[in-house]
Unconditional design. Structure first.
Length: 273
């Protein structure tokens, strides 16, 4: 086994050196001679991804959706932004077989290629859907597991919200957990994901279970300002998600991991109930 790190180049002119560029993900992979690398599913290296999963499961438990004893219910998670794939892979692996379905969305084909070719993410999880409607139909009609769709988040959830009308014989598809971990090249959350009247949040509110938990990762330093924005921008994003997807009395909380490598990550959690 060995550790591998996904780093983003400062420019497209040439790839970063070993210690250059911006660290994006780190994973542990298993190597066997003559075989492709396989990502170790039970290992998450980064503090912020561990915290995102811990916060989501804590939120689910606090709302009564995830009991500590007895039989676990079947759950569904939506991950916006793939990276190296450690978070969706860990979620699907950690829950008992058949109990967790994970849909991950990644619009950059280069990220998907690096995740599968170099970072050991399973290629059989990549779904070949030509449109959001095809992806939504596949998500609803196929068995659970881990699926990655190269579809914009706003298009996917809009199509998913419409599946009840488009496919009357199928049950309405709803998520227990949603993870927003997507950024543009400047480190900002894409505006389409945080517009209160936009397609993404309006449609997302229709595909959430009543006791769902949403976790959003922002790139914000200890000063309260970062590439994701300052206090006003953050307040606007938090208000947009809470106002669109949660009840008036529901809780919003924030987490900062006490680890140096995650000091630039600030998480916001939303309990829908």
């Amino acid at each position: 086994q060995e550790w591998r790190e996904l780093r983003l180049a400062e420019s497209a002119a040439e790839p970063p050196g070993v210690s250059e560029g911006t660290g994006q993900s780190a994973v542990k992979v298993s190597l066997c001679e003559g075989e492709a690398p396989q990502q170790v599913p039970y290992c998450m290296a980064l503090g912020y991804t561990k915290s995102m999963c811990a916060a989501a499961m804590t939120g689910a438990h606090l709302q009564g959706a995830l009991p500590l004893d007895g039989d676990l219910p079947a759950m569904r998670a939506l991950v916006i932004g793939l990276g190296a794939g450690s978070m969706p892979l860990w979620l699907q692996h950690t829950f008992p077989e058949g109990q967790m379905t994970v849909d991950a969305l990644e619009i950059d084909p280069a990220v998907v290629k690096v995740a599968t070719d170099a970072m050991g993410f399973p290629k059989d999880a990549i779904r070949d859907a030509a449109s959001a409607q095809e992806a939504a139909k596949d998500a609803v009609s196929s068995e659970g597991g881990l699926r990655v769709y190269s579809i914009p988040g706003e298009d996917f959830v809009e199509a998913l919200a419409a599946t009840g009308d488009a496919f009357p014989g199928l049950c309405r598809y709803q998520y227990d957990m949603v993870f927003v971990d997507a950024f543009d090249k400047s480190g900002k959350v894409p505006p389409v994901l945080v517009e209160p009247e936009g397609t993404f949040l309006q449609s997302l509110s229709k595909v959430l279970k009543p006791d769902a938990t949403i976790i959003m990762n922002l790139l914000v330093g200890m000063t309260g300002t970062g590439s994701s924005g300052g206090p006003k921008e953050i307040e606007a994003m938090v208000s947009a998600i809470h106002g669109t997807c949660c009840s008036d009395s529901s809780e919003v909380f924030t987490i900062r991991t006490p680890i140096n490598e995650s000091s630039g990550n600030q998480l916001y959690g939303f309990l829908r109930a």
